[in-house]
Design a protein around this ligand. Sequence first.
Ligand SMILES: [Mg+2]
Length: 142
Amino acid sequence: MKVSLDFDGVLSKTIVQQYASELLSRGIDVWVTTTRASNPRVYVNNEYVDKNQSLFNVTDRLGIPRNKIIFTESKLKIDTWEFQKQSFIFHLDDASVEIKEMANESIDYPNVITTPILFDNNFKQKCELILKLYESRTKRSK
Ligand SMILES: [Mg+2]
């Protein structure tokens, strides 16, 4: 049971962090997919600062290992997943362009299976619905 969350505007929010922690405690494999660069160093006050430190603070606290954070380096998420052959039960994102690409490109991207979910106030209900559908489908096929 592998799911993916966007970081900026999604997992950066406390309410999503609480949900991610709930998912992890239920044994769900939580990944992060972000368009950020993996090593964005900026020079501040005579030293290089890793701009991802705030992201790692969140993922470390939740217990999401670094190898489950996908940095697309500004590429579309679905393109990166196709290249890495990654699939998720769902992906939660606040960028409608990412959601649109995921919904449109399913034929051209045979390696990627996911249900894109646009982040809004009902995100939790939508995620839970997709998980339930997935569970009932896998139960039926056993
Ligand atoms: Mg975002």
